[in-house]
Design a protein around this ligand. Structure first.
Ligand code: ADE
Length: 274
């Protein structure tokens, strides 16, 4: 996959992409990143890339021409058609389904704004889609672009060491991930649920599924509304809830959903769900 960044600070995104899984994806040729700085396409001694907004108000607005020239240069650098995405809090909120869709594109051009934003006419003419990474305002689109680069890079075939890892990620099936444990088995912070050491793969898979369902129910019930749950899933979730209720009985107001219960891995009971 090829990603072109239109940014006043393209090195910033490149740095974010230099490490770990994304860095390796780059080394393996699964992802190539190219930066295009609109300042290189700006005119005049000062190479202006922004101006005051018409109509007044605070801040500056990025000029059409330097951005358009940078986008055109990026497009022309490779014959494959590129989807142009503007990183903006006004965009559709990024989620894992969107990341999967983006990861399937051969090419993307990520446009990063600064200041108050970009002249609307440039967006209308050149941008296919606006994406936000959340309901908060960053000082520029670069961090948002870095988030997209990271999320799509790890989905490129061969990017992850263990082919299973991406499949088991949070959100891949619309649910939150289950908890994970490693050595030591016994620790002053608690013990590892016994089911994980049982060697019984069916029990382990069932326990993990139940934890995913339970966590999603507790932390992100909105996701559960969207997830397609099977009959078996509903049974697992009912059992999780029942265990939680039983664990909370008599604990009064102090029993927060994610603290202590036999359904909760933090208790270390390691009980096999059933
Ligand atoms: N640029 C500024 N804030 C942003 C956000 N929340 N998402 C994407 N791009 C942005």
């Amino acid at each position: 996959m090829r990603i072109d960044l239109i940014s006043l600070f393209p090195e910033f995104v490149a740095q974010c992409a230099a490490f770990g899984v994304v860095g390796r994806a780059g080394e393996r040729g699964l992802l190539s990143l190219y930066g295009w700085n609109p300042r290189d396409y700006a005119e005049g001694n000062y190479r202006r890339v922004d101006e005051r907004p018409f109509g007044g108000g605070p801040g500056m607005v990025m000029l059409i021409e330097p951005l358009r020239a940078a986008i055109r240069a990026a497009r022309a650098a490779d014959p494959a058609p590129a989807r142009v995405i503007y990183m903006s809090p006004q965009g559709a909120r990024l989620d894992q389904a969107k990341v999967r869709e983006l990861a399937g594109h051969e090419r993307m051009i990520l446009l990063c704004g600064r200041y108050e934003g970009v002249d609307e006419r440039l967006i209308q003419a050149e941008v296919d889609e606006e994406i936000s990474i959340g309901d908060y305002v960053l000082s520029g689109g670069e961090l948002a672009a870095a988030v997209i680069v990271d999320a799509v890079a790890r989905l490129q075939e061969g990017a992850l060491g263990d082919a299973e890892s991406a499949v088991q990620d949070s959100f891949e099936d619309g649910l939150l991930d289950c908890p994970h444990y490693t050595r030591p088995v016994e620790h002053e912070l608690g013990s590892v649920p016994a089911v994980l050491m049982s060697g019984n793969h069916a029990h382990i898979a069932k326990w993990r599924r139940q934890q995913s369902l339970g966590r999603t129910w507790q932390r992100r019930p909105d996701l559960l509304d969207e997830a397609a749950l099977s009959k078996a899933d509903r049974k697992l979730l009912d059992a999780y809830r029942a265990e939680l209720t039983a664990g909370q009985a008599g604990q009064g107001d102090q029993a927060a959903p994610e603290t202590v219960s036999s359904a909760d891995p933090a208790s270390g009971s390691g009980k096999t769900p059933g």
